[in-house]
Ligand binder design. Structure first.
Ligand code: SF4
Length: 257
């Protein structure tokens, strides 16, 4: 139902929701990701990843019995988060504190309605044109009036979420040949939410933005030491290019002054 625009020939590119959001913030940081430069694991991302595993477990297997949360967290870490834990190097007492915070988030999460729940952690992938793969994982899919409701849970605030929701809407439209009825982000921490109702026009517009991004990335990937625009902001603090980026260093200096 959605025709993805033609793109210029070039290197194979995989566009994840994270890459799309990164490019929206700073194109040069996105280029860095394609060269294998990723931000280091942080306590916040580890905590978020563990909380998401707990939420998915709740939806798929039922509520976690009171007193069993710590054991459930340790099982989820063992099932897939050990590498992240290892690179963070948390001491046992620090891990206990993270698990306690995840438990607090879970108490909030349990108050949300699961009515219409269909599936958790739904991986979506599509190759709309040769050499371009789009992929992402939607936290949960629910039935909704007029179709499906895609939900992304945030364990922090809702920052620059619209791009991510638009990307999921495009990915769902490409993989399911239908528009999602609703795409929503919910902050478990603050209770804020953003709800979008994608239209064919909005999804086509997102496809054009993604195609343009692929063209710009491909042009730079073909040229040794090429750079893209650098857009500095709070995200610079976690950027793997910060040590060599004047714009990023200036932004951090200003923020810390
Ligand atoms: S430090 Fe900031 S401005 Fe520089 S590349 Fe990274 S995100 Fe962009």
């Amino acid at each position: 139902m959605i025709e993805f625009p033609q793109v210029n020939p070039g290197a194979d590119v995989t566009v994840s929701a994270t890459l799309f959001m990164t490019f929206s913030r700073c194109p040069d940081q996105a280029l860095g990701r394609l060269h294998g430069l990723y931000p280091e694991e942080s306590r916040a991302s580890f905590r978020g990843g563990l909380a998401h595993r707990v939420f998915a477990r709740h939806l798929s297997s039922g509520p976690i019995v009171s007193g069993q949360l710590e054991q459930a967290c340790r099982e989820e870490i063992g099932a897939g988060l050990n590498p992240a834990l290892g690179s963070l190097g948390l001491r046992p007492s620090e891990l206990t504190a993270v698990i306690k915070e995840v438990g607090d988030l879970y108490q909030r999460f349990k108050t949300l309605s699961a009515e219409g729940f269909r599936d958790a952690e739904v991986f979506l992938e599509e190759q709309p044109v040769a050499g371009v793969t789009l992929r992402g994982s939607v936290d949960a899919v629910f039935d909704a009036a007029g179709g499906r409701r895609l939900v992304d849970w945030k364990t922090g605030g809702l920052y620059e979420t619209e791009e991510q929701l638009a990307f999921y809407a495009l990915l769902w439209a490409l993989t399911h040949r239908e528009l999602p009825a609703v795409v929503e982000a919910v902050s478990i921490e603050s209770g804020e939410s953003i709800t979008t109702r994608p239209t064919r026009e909005s999804v086509v517009a997102t496809a054009m933005v993604v195609a343009d991004m692929v063209n710009r990335l491909r042009t730079s990937l073909d040229v040794a030491d090429a750079e893209l625009e650098k857009t500095a902001g709070p995200w610079c603090r976690y950027c793997p290019l910060l040590s060599t980026c004047r714009e990023g260093a200036a932004a951090i200096k200003l923020a810390d002054s």
